[in-house]
Design a protein around this ligand. Structure first.
Ligand code: FUC
Length: 729
């Protein structure tokens, strides 16, 4: 009897060591955590996003039943003619037996310093701990369910698919295999590209049993469960291959199995190391509010902020949250962040969840270089490179010109719908040039950016027309999105062509190529109609002085030369800068999510920190949803990215050939510090300030170089120090 008892005890002890011991949380910074005290019920407002740049998921954190909605960024319908739309992939549901009992001590959080989602709660005397993350190194989504009492977890896991795929369950594997052929979406005709797709989930149980049946997997008395989700399509980013490659089955299976064969600790550690190497490059301290303000759940904190509670910690958190979202939705080798990053739960998403060219896609990439995430910019370049052939054909047909441009709505395969946006490709080129300006990567400039800049210059060489006085103007066009009216020489077009020619001239100089072409562009640039000041002191949106001071449109297209451009600035064109201020005041501060973020980017360029902060507060108070997503409405990620970029403009500017420290510091951030921002010229900037005065700064570059720094009202020429390897907090 004694022996049996001893054996039973030993077995119990053994099971306990195997079970459920939650892994120690990674080094956690409470100021970089969004947290909630109840599960999410609404996708757009409450569920929390994870992503590895290709796979994404929205997590609801339910107790008795957990819902995971997931995406894969290439799951598109459409073709080379029309935009189509980004599609939803599927859902994973985990129903736990006995899950109806209400849980206590519930806590759900997204730790953005570690890209780790955690849920903890107590139920029937058992402590439950769940964590989820999107691994870039292993290219899978990972979910772990644990409890501190062995054998507690019983229930059923099912996979659903948004396109009617057949679901199968065999052993520990769930699988959905389907094709988008015949999916007609919003447009009537079938699309010419019909992608195949697949998702797989491996269920790894520690203790207990698994039973696959009827397309789902039941688990019984498990100590813990690990779910590995892998998904993909046969998309290849190559028009020559008609956008399709091998069926995704092999790679989806290999990724799932490789991650399943790896110890969980290793998958998790590799994820943390990979993510933190990017996220940890920038640290921002804007001061903190009292514990009563900052220690409440994030939804409550945002609600308090809306009521007027000062909370610089929240302002810094949402700055970093923009970086979290960019790392999660845009990684080298993947696709650019679309209107919702890569999260989408609808097959008819707002504005097709596409690549919008009249501000949205550009805004998505405004924070990439300046917040030291230059790697995350690569998908933007690759996307443009992949569609330029398709766009050249469409452009030649429509305009009889060389080069290429886009329409307002753009899809994965280069197809486009809605209005032509003549200056759309020139605006993209502004991002392309800036990526070089920040990184100094001449190989990228030579092989990618410069060829595209040149193609778009050719488009404009063929488009521009001389006016009677010899000034070169763009042909009749609208100014986004003032509908129903068009005119020659609208300021949006003129400023973007000026920007394009300026950047292409500089690029050819840097590369030491095309001297004759450079001379030609220099001549054309000198003839361009420049921005004009109208009768009420405004910066004219049109060639003719016709702007209405009552126009409060969300778009401010005629100010693109102020930000992100460099044609208008108080230091170089004080009259135009003053006119831009008049126009902005007339347009008013009230706008959509992205419209507010854009306005927040302009004011630092006008060196007005107070007005910048007013817009930042307005954005956070009225456009940020409880889960941190920006709402246009509806959810649209550009406002998140635009906000992050605007904060940078308030702290450091570098578009005028010098590094300007604290050009527009608001009074709300009297004391603070930032580490790791980038400045054009390949520089990195660290600084601290107190009572609005810079107290220390440190400017580094990979090779020491002379640089002009404007700091505390003086301009100094210094030699930058050699940068030290990026540190990980
Ligand atoms: C532009 C904006 C809209 C919306 C859409 C996705 O057309 O004018 O507000 O953001 O993009």
């Amino acid at each position: 009897m004694k022996t049996i008892l001893a054996l039973a005890l030993a077995v119990t002890a053994f099971v306990q060591t195997l079970a459920a011991d939650p892994l120690p949380p990674p080094a956690r910074r409470p100021d970089l955590v969004l947290w909630y005290d109840k599960p999410a019920t609404r996708w757009e407002q409450e569920a929390l996003p994870i992503g590895n740049g290709r796979l994404g998921a929205m997590l609801f954190g339910g107790t008795g039943s957990d819902h995971i909605q997931f995406n894969e960024s290439s799951l598109w319908i459409g073709d080379e003619n029309v935009t189509g739309s980004y599609q939803a992939f599927g859902d994973l549901t985990i129903e736990f037996s006995g899950g109806d009992t209400p849980a206590t001590s519930y806590h759900r959080e997204l730790d953005i310093a570690n890209a780790m989602h955690t849920v903890t709660f107590e139920l029937n005397g058992v402590h439950f701990q769940r964590e989820a993350f999107a691994s870039h190194p292993d290219q899978v989504l990972v979910f772990r369910y644990a409890a501190d009492k062995p054998g507690t977890l019983s229930g059923r896991i099912s996979l659903t698919d948004m396109h009617g795929a057949k679901i199968s369950a065999t052993g520990d594997r769930l699988m959905a295999v389907g094709s988008l052929a015949g999916f007609k979406g919003r447009d009537k005709d079938p699309y010419n590209v019909a992608l195949s797709y697949e998702s797989q989930v491996r269920v790894l149980n520690e203790g207990g049993t698994l039973q696959a049946a009827d397309g789902s997997i039941a688990f019984e008395n498990a100590n813990s469960l690990i779910l590995i989700l892998s998904a993909g399509t046969d998309f290849v980013q190559d028009a020559q291959k008609k956008w399709r490659g091998p069926l995704p089955h092999q790679v989806v299976t290999e990724r799932c199995d490789a991650a399943a064969a790896k110890p969980y600790e290793k998958v998790r550690a590799d994820h943390l190391a990979d993510y933190r190497a990017l996220f940890g490059r920038v640290a921002l301290d804007l001061g903190s509010a009292s514990p009563e303000v900052s220690s409440v759940s994030t939804d409550q904190r945002i609600a308090n902020y809306r009521k007027g509670a000062a909370d610089p910690g929240l302002e810094a958190l949402l700055f970093q949250h923009g970086r979290y979202l960019l790392i999660s939705s845009s990684r080298p080798g993947g696709l650019p962040a679309n209107l919702q990053g890569l999260w989408n739960h609808s097959n008819r998403p707002p504005w097709r969840c596409d690549f919008h060219s009249d501000v949205n896609l550009e805004m998505n990439y405004w924070p990439s270089d300046v917040t030291n995430l230059s790697d995350c910019f690569q998908p933007f370049t690759d996307y443009l490179w992949s569609i330029r052939g398709v766009r050249q054909r469409a452009t030649a047909e429509a305009f009889k010109t060389r080069g290429w441009t886009v329409r307002g709505e753009n899809g994965l395969f280069g197809g486009a719908t809605w209005n032509w946006l003549n200056a759309g490709s020139a605006w993209y080129c502004q991002n392309l040039w800036d990526h070089y300006a920040f990184t100094g990567d001449t190989e990228y400039l030579r092989t990618r950016a410069y060829p595209m800049l040149k193609e778009v210059c050719e488009f404009w060489q063929d488009m521009l027309k001389p006016r009677a006085d010899g000034k070169l103007v763009a042909p009749k066009d609208f100014s986004p999105e003032q509908m129903g009216f068009s005119e020659e020489g609208c300021t949006f077009d003129q400023e973007l062509v000026w920007d394009l020619f300026t950047n292409t001239i500089e690029a050819s100089t840097v590369l030491g190529v095309d001297a004759d072409y450079r001379a030609k562009l220099t001549d054309l640039k000198s003839k361009l109609l420049l921005p004009q000041i109208g009768k009420w002191g405004q910066l004219q949106e049109w060639m003719t002085d016709r702007d209405s001071p009552k126009d409060t449109h969300r778009h401010t297209s005629h100010l693109v030369g102020l930000y992100p451009g460099r044609q208008i600035a108080p230091a170089i064109t004080p009259e135009l800068a003053a006119a831009a201020r008049v126009s902005l005041n007339a347009r008013g501060d009230a706008s959509t999510g992205w419209g507010t973020a854009y306005r927040a980017c302009y004011w630092p360029r006008l060196l007005d920190g107070e007005r910048f902060h007013k817009l930042a507060v307005q954005l956070l108070a009225h456009c940020i949803l409880p889960n941190g997503f920006d709402s246009c409405p509806p959810f649209q990620i550009d406002g998140n990215f635009g906000y992050t970029a605007a904060v940078c403009e308030a702290l450091v500017q570098s578009h005028l050939g010098e590094i300007h420290l604290l050009p527009a510091l608001p009074k709300a951030w009297p004391t603070g510090s930032v580490r790791g921002l980038r400045a054009r010229g390949g520089f990195f900037v660290d600084m601290a300030w107190k009572d609005g005065v810079v107290t220390a700064y440190h400017i580094t570059a990979c090779t020491p170089r002379e640089v002009k720094v404007r700091v505390n009202g003086a301009v100094k020429s210094i030699t930058s120090e050699v940068c030290t390897p990026v540190s990980i907090p």
